[in-house]
Design a protein around this ligand. Structure first.
Ligand SMILES: C=C(O[C@H]1C=CC=C(C(=O)O)[C@@H]1O)C(=O)O
Length: 458
């Protein structure tokens, strides 16, 4: 099934919109909505470099993605997908996010824009995946050539530069590549016993009073018999985890339940998670849910994560609202304690001028992925964990030219192999506090790995 373009260009390079038909057009070219290539890439030299047009129908975003360079931020069928690279920044070192913010401000201000839709995510957009430690790791920012967005009843297409959407939409949206038939797993940085030793060492450090919480992660290597295709993985993740944000940036793919920060105008929101229980069968599942909600250990772990976000965000806000106790977030593989925090950014002063990347820089790493106090936790992670986190547990999402955007934490994810497309590295971590049991934490990483493993195996 394909979406058919049928329209004519109108002045300003923006097309007129006509109803969508499904199927190939008369030329047999795959098409999207009712936007003609001519409408988007005007031969007129003065045509805008970035053009957003409304689409008359709501496409299945993930099914539009090509195999290479897939960019995604999708939840319950809404969000953004993109592909192609109109621009790219790779940045690392102290001040990496400030550098990226300045780069995006320059780039987006310099772009001629014709945005007929004018909603968060229309017009120029950059997808971003930030290293867990932006000073040491490489953060990646990609401005796609093509973005398709969908929210509420609105869908839109944005193209940057001289792009013909008919060329980039050459895939067949009905067909998913087949799943691998064989998968081999191998330990990453540590075998399970050594990792349990690291957890026990962290619990001792907590007992000694060095810190209150630290998040320790594991990695797991997978090798398939065929190249892993991001389209299939994203499709399977989104189908199984509709309450999560299905993301992809530069080969890092996952479905995260945790929203680090969303900015819409001056409104800020976040979903903080910490404290996890496995799912069970029948009455056992209810028992596990009630035990999680009542668990002092998990509530203590959760409070530290919420406090870390609230303390970092407070100087930027006139008002912050934090519900009194956590709620339960139920996913197919695990349950989490969850707190949705909302706030209003100041209108003036340094806090009021901060853009989303500055806010992200201020709040990351929260104690959901780092620990308390943050600097001690960072040192303990470096000493005990042994995993090169790369962009795992870093902020991932998108930002537009108005300063609106959404960043999650890159959890329940895998980095696809750059040198060998049949391989990937999966990540999962756990908050360690006083009273953490290494065997239970190991089981928790296994439940968390299962999210991506199901997508690989399905
Ligand atoms: C660090 C991870 O999860 C965090 C988010 C939710 C719950 C967590 C926990 O209960 O330990 C972690 O803080 C991960 O999934 O890799």
């Amino acid at each position: 099934m394909r979406l058919l373009v049928q329209s004519g260009p109108v002045p300003g390079g923006v097309c007129a919109v006509s109803p969508v038909r499904h199927g190939a057009d008369a030329t047999g070219l795959p098409t999207l909505g009712s936007v003609t290539a001519a409408a988007v890439t005007s031969p007129d030299a003065a045509a805008p470099a970035v053009v957003t047009v409304a689409l008359p129908d709501s496409p299945d975003l993930l099914r539009l993605l090509p195999r290479d360079g897939a960019l995604s931020w999708v939840r319950r069928g809404e969000g953004l997908v993109g592909w192609g690279e109109a621009d790219r920044l790779e940045v690392s070192g102290p001040g990496a996010l400030a550098e990226a913010a300045a780069w995006w401000a320059d780039r987006s201000a310099a772009l001629p824009v014709d945005d007929a839709v004018g909603v968060p995510g229309s017009g120029p957009v950059v997808f971003a995946s930030v290293a867990f430690d932006p000073a040491a790791g490489t953060s990646v920012f990609v401005v796609p050539e093509v973005v398709v967005g969908r929210r509420g009843g609105t869908a839109w297409l944005t193209t940057a530069g001289d792009v013909d959407p008919r060329d980039v939409l050459a895939g067949d949206p009905t067909a998913l590549p087949p799943a691998p038939t064989r998968l081999r797993y191998a330990d990453g940085a540590m075998d399970p016993a050594s990792w349990c030793g690291a957890v026990a060492a962290a619990v001792r450090r907590i007992g000694d009073g060095d810190l209150a919480k630290v998040v320790l992660a594991r990695d797991l290597l997978v090798t398939a018999d065929v190249p892993l295709d991001p389209r299939r993985l994203l499709d399977r993740l989104a189908a199984r985890f509709p309450d999560c944000w299905t993301f992809a940036v530069d080969g890092l793919l996952g479905a995260t339940p945790e929203l680090l920060l969303r900015r819409t105008g001056r409104r800020l929101s976040a979903r903080v998670l910490a404290g996890t229980a496995p799912r069970g069968a029948g009455a056992d599942d209810e028992r596990l849910a009630a035990a999680l909600l009542a668990s002092e250990k998990d509530r203590a772990e959760h409070v530290l994560a919420v406090d870390s976000l609230v303390r970092a965000l407070d100087p930027y806000c006139t008002a912050l609202s934090v519900p009194e106790g956590p709620a339960l977030l139920t996913l197919p593989n695990v349950r989490h304690l969850a707190t949705d925090v909302t706030g209003t950014q100041r209108r003036s002063g340094p806090g009021g001028r901060a853009g989303l990347l500055e806010l992200v820089d201020a709040v990351h790493p929260t104690a959901a992925v780092g620990g308390t106090p943050p600097d001690v936790a960072t040192a303990v992670i470096a000493e005990l964990e042994g995993v090169d986190r790369g962009r795992y547990a870093g902020p991932v999402g998108w930002l537009d030219a108005r300063g609106d955007g959404e960043f999650g934490l890159a959890l329940r994810c895998a980095q696809l192999g750059e040198d060998d497309p049949c391989t990937a590295r999966l990540f999962a971590g756990c908050g360690i506090v006083a009273g953490s049991d290494p065997a239970a934490e190991l089981a928790e990483t296994q439940s968390k790995f299962a999210a991506f493993q199901a997508a690989l195996e399905d």
